[in-house]
Design a protein around this ligand. Structure first.
Ligand code: A3P
Length: 338
């Protein structure tokens, strides 16, 4: 009897999953379209630009993801420092479980330790969709903007860490990243084209400014639930910001950990220099969807702030700063365009 019940439950879940996929297939042709960065086009869904398969993940997460009150969710727009913050959060949460000399991050890419909910939910529809065998509470991540987050995330007591990055560096990082992933049959993607699309808000999970502001406003309303950090701040002062992260997610460092080697070792384990030199991050691939796979090495490029100086013309700089100034005006995010 028990087995029958279980089968019945799984069939229902499969059916629900299919229903969302059918809705996705039906809605796709009706959505506004623009040129894609890596796919032929991006579609606009409720104000957000997504690849067609990205939209499927968003809709599946909306309908089927169940947040737990103990979840820690890392939210980022692409190239804001997702890989780095996955490593940092994983290290903070598991610092008493593993010695630094045989830490999982030495042999495992951060994306294999902390999964995107919108990717996982598409990969394993009928079983427990989100597992994280390394930690409890669950550490998860997402690129989904606040406005499209599953309701259960918004209403549960889970905590959200959002990471923002200077739009100028985010643009350059996205352009370089998607250029490497563009199929050979697609025409080259000059910076001028990426710039124009980015400024129009047409970037994966964009507009970037809306992504940042959505989480920023949520953090103003519920500071105990949403913490906004920046790539730049973590780069400038990792020890202070790791302590902030640890406090926020309920894993505060004790005085011995702060004054001893632990904090320092966490910083250096997750540093760009260390992570980009590890064999696992030089080889291996992330298979996010059937069509979308990314070599691990693509997640590590320069790992610096201010690389935009090597790419943007004075005119591009002026226009991008103007947009950021207008969009972030009145918020604490204003400094990001400085
Ligand atoms: P750059 O292209 O500017 O070098 P994401 O992880 O969201 O895809 O973001 C990738 C960006 O973060 C890339 O930026 C990458 O080099 C940088 N990055 C990756 N690991 C990092 C680390 N450990 N410390 C600092 N930056 C890192």
């Amino acid at each position: 009897m028990r087995e029958e019940g279980k089968d019945h439950e799984e069939t229902d879940q499969d059916f629900d999953h299919k229903r969302t996929c059918t809705e996705w297939e039906a809605i796709l042709p009706t959505l506004p379209k623009q040129r894609g960065w890596m796919t032929n086009h991006l579609v606009q869904y409720q104000g957000v630009w997504l690849s067609p398969s990205g939209l499927k993940g968003v809709m599946l997460a909306r309908d089927h993801f169940k947040s737990l009150p103990t979840d820690i969710l890392l939210s980022t727009s692409p190239k804001a420092g997702t890989t780095w913050f996955k490593a940092l959060l994983f290290t903070i949460m598991n610092r008493r479980n593993y010695p630094f000399s045989s830490h999982p991050l030495l042999t495992t890419n951060p994306h294999d330790l902390v999964h995107f909910i919108e990717v996982m939910i598409d990969q394993t529809p009928s079983s427990n969709p989100i597992k994280n065998s390394f930690s409890s509470p669950r550490l998860l991540s997402t690129h989904i903007p606040y406005s499209l987050l599953p309701n259960s995330v918004k209403t549960s007591c889970c905590r959200i860490v959002n990471v923002c990055r200077d739009p100028k560096d985010a643009l350059i990082s996205q352009w370089q990243y998607f250029n490497k992933l563009r199929p050979k049959e697609m025409p080259p993607f000059p910076l001028e084209d990426a710039f124009e699309l980015f400024c129009d808000g047409v970037s994966h999970f964009g507009p970037l400014w809306d992504h940042a502001l959505g989480y920023y406003r949520a953090s103003q309303e519920s500071p105990e639930k949403v913490l906004v950090l920046t790539y730049e701040a973590m780069k400038m002062d990792p020890t202070v910001n790791i302590k902030r992260l640890a406090d926020f997610i309920g894993h505060p460092l004790d005085p011995e950990e702060e004054s001893g080697e632990v904090l320092e070792r966490m910083v250096s384990l997750c540093s760009f220099e260390n992570m980009s030199s590890l064999e696992v991050n030089k080889s291996g691939v992330q298979q996010f969807t059937a069509q979308f796979k990314v070599p691990n090495s693509n997640f590590f490029r320069k790992g610096q702030t201010g690389d935009w100086r090597n790419h943007l013309t004075p005119t591009m700089l002026e226009s991008l700063n103007k947009i950021s100034k207008e969009r972030f005006s009145g918020s604490d995010l204003e400094f990001l365009y400085g």
